[in-house]
Ligand binder design. Sequence first.
Ligand code: F6R
Length: 261
Amino acid sequence: MAEIVVVRDQDAAGELAAGSILDLIAAKPDAVLGLATGSTPLVVYRALERGIRERGIDVSHVRGYALDEYVGLPADHPESYRAVITREVVEPLGLTPSLIHVPNGSLEGIEHAGADYEKAIAQSGGVDVQLLGIGTDGHIGFNEPGSSFASVTRVKTLTEQTRKDNARFFASEDDVPMHCITQGLSTILKARHLLLLAFGEGKAEALAGAVEGPVSASNPGSAVQLHPHVTVLVDEAAASRLRNLDYYRYAYANKPAWQTL
Ligand code: F6R
């Protein structure tokens, strides 16, 4: 079962996630991080920035692989995930740019971009910790409902719901690309630790479906139930539809001191 931790607010989630990631980097300076974009992980990146400074951790050897990228958006477009990862993660944390990878969403070579990305992740030795947000339609990465649990990095069509949700980053919904390239559910499940974060009432149903719903391709987030090491960090609003909430609180309150996230 995933460990579900209900936190006071987003900042508390950011601190917990960052603490776990920094402990990993301290023990393994060339750790491989799985990076997510969107609004949810921003608190983690800000907490990492503070933690790196305060603990004086050398992050120059840290490697990273982003979950996904829009297809057909120029890499220098401010909302391309390459640009977002550079602006929100690489620069503020002081990571080494050449060690941080984002799937190649340019149309040239898109046919083999997925396979290339899979190969690069495998050659790195695999992702140590994967940050995940969840879409209101239940997607993780951009694996929309119906995505195979065996899927690997490939091109997908975004749902209308996801394009609506992401319109806030663009001038209009029409400007949100129709296609993306995303790590598959099988790719994500290969990471050694999954850190799934969700905040706000709008995520409550998707989160409950992922954690407690039937394991189904119609509900891509439910793939996390197949992974042996998942930590879910949620605020009260996002946790509001969980049936076993009392037990999650009880288990966390009585967590053995020697256990980490
Ligand atoms: C982003 C990603 C998506 C987002 C999800 C939630 O790389 O893969 O799964 O995590 O769409 O987005 P936010 O955090 O903006 O609500």
